[in-house]
Design a protein around this ligand. Structure first.
Ligand SMILES: NC(=O)c1ccc[n+]([C@@H]2O[C@H](COP(=O)([O-])OP(=O)(O)OC[C@H]3O[C@@H](n4cnc5c(N)ncnc54)[C@H](O)[C@@H]3O)[C@@H](O)[C@H]2O)c1
Length: 494
């Protein structure tokens, strides 16, 4: 992928703020532009609220969080951005005007992607500078949790632009769906709008309340949609003869018809009925409360789907595999000085590892040091292939000393000192440090046994891995031994 370090946002409403949260989470810096200065509070509030569910989505080690800057000056955003995502209101004249003006000042190799729900890219390309770099990257709300991104090219969009957009969205954990031909509403919004039209008809005819209609989705078809789409669902509904039988049975209903397709006139009365209906559904809960419920469930659903390798769970699995592989890439970097305790892992304390007092939980300490151990393994050459060959390290002993508290948002790093290595055993000391103060939060000493998982017993460490460990151990032997370190491998008990 062409490396996108800084995402520029044009518009920071519901969708712009969602893009910010997703990009920051996957380590991309964000410079967000909105002419309305009041949007800064909204943006920061959304990003903070998104941290909670996002931090629960995966246990895979994440890159260091990106940094966020808000500006009311478009030029400041443009100067910093490697890729620009436009999320201003869905109004064709406004989008065309803004894109024409700003594209003249945006370097021609910087992709401009539009979040538009329904306009076609060729309409947005009209009159802009370097139209070949304009694509549509249409996300779904909440952008930070829903992986779908519809990518659409217009008449003048280059393959390079499509490829860069695809690479970037995939990098920030999305599932890219390339729409073969530009059509109004792309794919998903055509489907959603068809449903919405029917909802309006049902309410207009007083056949059901907005709540009943939502129940008709949530208790039935909606439950299936996360697993498989309507085409596969109807195939299963056709029994052993699948879709062909489904057509025989339900094809004639298409002529009845069960649906009106064209929206009813949007009278004030209908709008009032819709608004009153959803206000009753909303009850005393605020929009933020409902967002929290939605987000927690979206996290849980994706985790279940991952175990079944279905739908959005596949995207989650793919990003986790990449994150684990990237751990290897960073850990293997040449700049790591083995003459010092290895500094392989760093980050910020996230909401998933804190307790009700906003402090790092006991198991949170273990999570952070497990991630550090993972990075150590990658550093010495233990990767997915190594594990798949049936060899791995197994922790047989852990000693932990809690030295200080960690709080939500604190920057931390872990240093690792190798204490002993022999043919089958490895002993090291992790120190979890508050990066701002330099104070240690915990010291964790571990002894690991190298095992052959198929044989279920201890086995010699691979020669190349052992050589790397020996080199680090020899360098670390010159360092002062941590005062809290226990007896060495093979040393007699005191
Ligand atoms: N809301 C959704 O569910 C959803 C889903 C997918 C895509 N989209 C698309 O995303 C886009 C944004 O939708 P939204 O729901 O975030 O709208 P919104 O009204 O919440 O936010 C729009 C933002 O654009 C800002 N803005 C207005 N003029 C601007 C300008 N000239 N330059 C920069 N910023 C400007 C506004 O101040 C506001 O903060 C639309 O094209 C919409 O179709 C929306």
């Amino acid at each position: 992928m062409t490396e996108i370090r800084t995402l520029g946002l044009l518009g920071t409403g519901v969708i712009g703020a969602g893009w910010a949260a997703r990009a920051l989470h996957y380590g991309v810096d964000v410079v967000a532009y909105d002419p309305n200065p009041k949007m800064e509070d909204w943006l920061r509030g959304t990003v903070d609220a998104a941290m909670q569910p996002l931090s629960k989505l995966t246990m895979a080690p994440l890159p260091k969080r990106g940094s966020l800057r808000f500006t009311t000056d478009a030029a400041e955003m443009i100067a910093a951005a490697d890729f620009i995502q436009e999320s201003i209101p869905e109004n064709l004249d406004l989008k065309q005007k803004v894109l024409r003006e700003l594209s003249a000042t945006i370097p021609p190799d910087v992709i401009i992607a539009s979040s538009t729900s329904g306009f076609m890219p060729s309409d947005l390309q009209d009159g802009i500078t370097a139209p070949d770099r304009l694509v549509i990257g249409h996300p779904f709300n909440p952008v930070y949790l829903l992986p779908l991104c519809e990518i659409v090219g217009g008449r003048e969009t280059s393959d390079t632009a499509l490829r860069i957009a695809d690479g970037f969205y995939e990098h920030i954990g999305m599932h890219c769906l390339h729409v073969k031909k530009e059509i109004p509403g792309h794919i998903s919004d055509r489907l959603q709008e068809a449903l919405w039209r029917e909802i309006l008809h049902i309410v207009d005819r007083d056949a059901a309340s907005t709540g009943d209609i939502d129940d008709a989705i949530c208790y039935g078809p909606g439950l299936r949609w996360a697993i498989m789409g309507t085409n596969m669902i109807f195939t299963l509904a056709g029994g052993q003869n699948g879709m062909r039988h489904f057509f025989e049975q339900f094809g004639p209903a298409l002529e009845l018809p069960w649906t009106d397709l064209k929206a009813p006139p949007l009278t004030e009365e209908l709008i009032d009925k819709m608004v009153a209906g959803v206000e009753a559904q909303q009850g005393t809960r605020s929009i933020r409360d409902w967002e929290r419920i939605r987000d927690d469930c979206l996290v849980a659903i994706q985790q279940v789907l991952r175990t079944h390798d279905q739908g959005a769970g596949r995207t989650l699995k793919a990003i986790e595999q990449r994150l684990y592989a990237e751990v290897g890439a960073t850990a293997a970097a040449d700049e790591i000085d083995i003459a010092q305790p290895l500094r392989l892992h760093e980050g910020d304390i996230t909401p998933d590892v804190i307790d009700y007092n906003n402090h790092l939980t006991e198991w949170g300490f273990f999570k952070l040091i497990s991630d550090a151990s993972d990075k150590l393994f990658r550093f010495i050459g233990i990767d997915q292939d190594y594990r798949e060959s049936g060899r791995t390290f197994f922790t047989v002993e852990t000693h932990i000393g809690f030295l200080g508290e960690g709080k939500l948002g604190d920057a931390f790093h872990v240093t690792t000192q190798i204490l002993d290595v022999d043919a089958k055993r490895l002993r090291f000391m992790h120190t979890l440090v508050n990066s701002a103060t330099g104070d240690p939060m915990a010291e964790i000493e571990q002894m690991l046994l190298h095992v052959d998982t198929a044989a279920g017993k201890a086995a010699p460490i691979d020669a190349a891995v052992k050589a790397k460990l020996d080199a680090v151990a020899a360098a670390h032997a010159k360092l002062p031994r941590p005062a809290s370190a226990g007896r060495g491998i093979g040393a007699p008990r005191a």
